[in-house]
Design a protein around this ligand. Structure first.
Ligand SMILES: Nc1nc2c(ncn2[C@@H]2O[C@H](COP(=O)(O)OP(=O)(O)OP(=O)(O)O)[C@@H](O)[C@H]2O)c(=O)[nH]1
Ligand SMILES: [Mg+2]
Length: 230
């Protein structure tokens, strides 16, 4: 098993923002919402390149450009841990990050990146499909959607995939900073009504930190649990 490093690192303004949103209700909340300090571990372009051990993983899936890598950075308190880009298709490999307190975060390539060559798109797609269908380490899927354009066909496929396997699902309506207050409430209400009680749905912004305390606590809980049985 790969040794996890406990390298000290500096929290950036994002992580401090995460702390400052913790109110006075005590140490427990502060611990549960602390950023998930992490280090890059490795990348894989297919399933057999993934780490071989039984460390639980929480994977970030979603359409290209939805903000998966930005979300991972927000939750780890490190602005540049996973690579972010305005151009869709930035993340092209399955990227693994070791969480210092245990578990791993996995940044998946996005779906629906039209400008990539078809053959490459299919190669990424099959690596992600294999990861989702065969990776026994997977403990929870975080589905990142653009709050302005939720529940596209790919998102629905992912939700169905989770429901069919009883895979824990956390849905983040990212880029909520781009919505007005009433639009946020509407987006949250309609996605919650659509999904029912099987998934936790949060308004989120990787940029402002909205929803980060709740999302961090949810992810942390899944990282501490053994992976679901296949
Ligand atoms: N306003 C706003 N922009 C965001 C937010 N999250 C991400 N972005 C921007 O959206 C773009 C895509 O972000 P990424 O994190 O690279 O998206 P991704 O889902 O990892 O994309 P792929 O790796 O291509 O699949 C970047 O320009 C980010 O700065 C957010 O919460 N609010
Ligand atoms: Mg990415």
């Amino acid at each position: 098993m790969q040794q996890m490093r406990h390298t000290p690192h500096t929290l950036d303004a994002g992580a401090r923002g995460l702390y400052s949103t913790v109110s006075a209700d005590g140490l427990h909340t502060a611990t549960a919402s602390r950023a998930l300090a992490s280090e890059f571990l490795t990348s894989a372009d297919r399933l057999d390149g993934c780490p071989r051990d039984d460390v639980p993983e929480v994977a970030f899936a979603g359409r290209s450009n939805a903000g998966k890598s930005s979300t991972l950075n927000r939750l780890t308190g490190r602005r540049q841990l996973a690579r972010v880009s305005k151009t869709p298709g930035r993340t092209q490999l399955i990227n693994f990050f070791s969480v210092n307190e245990g578990g791993r975060l996995v940044d998946l390539p996005g779906y629906g990146y039209a400008r990539a060559a078809k053959a490459r798109q299919q190669a990424w797609g099959s690596a992600v499909d294999d990861y989702l269908n065969r990776r026994e380490n997977l403990a929870c899927l975080v589905l990142v959607m653009d709050a302005r354009h939720p529940l596209k066909p790919f998102d629905r496929d992912m939700i169905r995939w989770c429901t069919d396997r009883a895979m824990p699902l956390l849905v983040l309506l990212n880029k909520a900073d781009k919505l007005k207050r009433n639009e946020r409430a509407k987006a949250l209400g309609s996605v919650e009504a659509d999904l029912g009680p099987s998934a936790q749905v949060l308004l989120f912004s990787a940029v402002t930190g909205m929803g980060a305390v709740e999302a961090t606590a949810a992810v942390r809980e899944h990282l501490q649990r053994p992976p679901a049985q296949p």
